[in-house]
Design a protein around this ligand. Structure first.
Ligand code: SF4
Length: 290
């Protein structure tokens, strides 16, 4: 908010600056969507934030939940916002075994809940937030405080003792495991950084990295990049977990006279280069200088 106080500032911010501001928060598509939405607001909505659910849904990155939350909390409209907490409360009330990943179920809940919103505009924000809070603090996943719950007289799951059977969650997929080499290539000009061209974190800065198959070595990868003369300084292993992938990372610090990438000093990297946490962790290896 300090760096980009107006919607125009966000819309016209250089991508590198935006990603630096977002650094460490993960989900970089959210930063990009924020900027796309800011551009839409400037160009398609004359700089005025849209104020209906239908128009909010046109903004990049805004789905049904976000549009519902903004409509009711910011504008006092009777529009439900169904998050995980609300799914839990609602599915227990009705003993509804439809998986929460079912789009029709979400729509059904949005419509059903919106129909019972308060008629007074000033109460819609509280109503949305009270549903969130009820799910977070009372109707908890494992040990719901049903005796304290203001909805207990109408709750089928409480009546039948079936609370923990609801909501029905989609089956979790196992995370894919990948072995990744991340290279800290130190040249006389500094440490090498490039843009990722594919895979997870595509478009972000990285210390040059490669997903490796069994048998591949750091030397193979460096040779593929045209690097034949280098000295290894240190290796360090760590793990980084994304939503669907687990990276088992070996950070390899090498010194070389030549590398086919742009290089930056540590100060430049710290001050103006955005690096996702998966790579930033390597900086610890440099700074330790062990
Ligand atoms: S009575 Fe229990 S299960 Fe039902 S909504 Fe309240 S806290 Fe949840």
């Amino acid at each position: 908010m300090n760096a980009l106080p107006t919607v125009e500032d966000l819309a016209y911010c250089e991508e590198e600056k935006l990603l630096k501001l977002w650094e460490g928060l993960g989900y970089y598509s959210r930063a990009r969507n924020l900027q796309k939405a800011a551009k839409q607001i400037v160009h398609e909505f004359d700089g005025v934030f849209p104020q209906t659910k239908e128009e909010l849904l046109k903004l990049a990155g805004v789905g049904s939940y976000t549009a519902g939350a903004i409509s009711s909390i910011a504008y006092g409209l009777p529009v439900a916002a169904v998050d995980g907490n609300v799914f839990r409360v609602a599915s227990r009330l009705e003993e509804n075994a439809t998986p929460i990943s079912d789009v029709k179920y979400r729509r059904y809940l949005e419509e059903t809940l919106s129909a019972v919103y308060p008629t007074d505009k000033k109460d819609c924000s509280d109503f949305t937030q009270s549903l969130f809070e009820l799910g977070a603090l009372v109707c908890k996943p494992r040990n719901p405080d049903c005796a304290l719950c203001p909805l207990n007289t109408m709750c089928r799951a409480y009546k039948n003792g079936t609370q923990t059977r609801f909501p029905v969650l989609p089956q979790k997929q196992a995370k894919r495991e990948e072995k990744v080499l991340v290279f800290l290539i130190e040249t006389p000009q500094g440490f090498c950084i490039r843009r990722r061209e594919e895979g997870v974190l595509k478009g972000m800065n990285e210390f040059p990295s490669a997903v490796i198959l069994d048998g591949e070595t750091p030397e193979n990868i460096l040779n593929e990049w045209g690097m034949y003369e280098f000295t290894e300084v240190k290796r360090k292993n760590y793990v980084h977990i994304f939503t669907h992938i687990r990276w088992n990372i070996t950070c390899v610090w090498v010194r070389a006279e030549y590398a086919p990438f742009d290089a930056y000093s540590l100060d430049e990297i710290e001050e103006s280069i955005s690096l996702p946490t998966a790579f930033k962790h390597c900086l610890g290896t440099i700074n330790e200088r062990i």
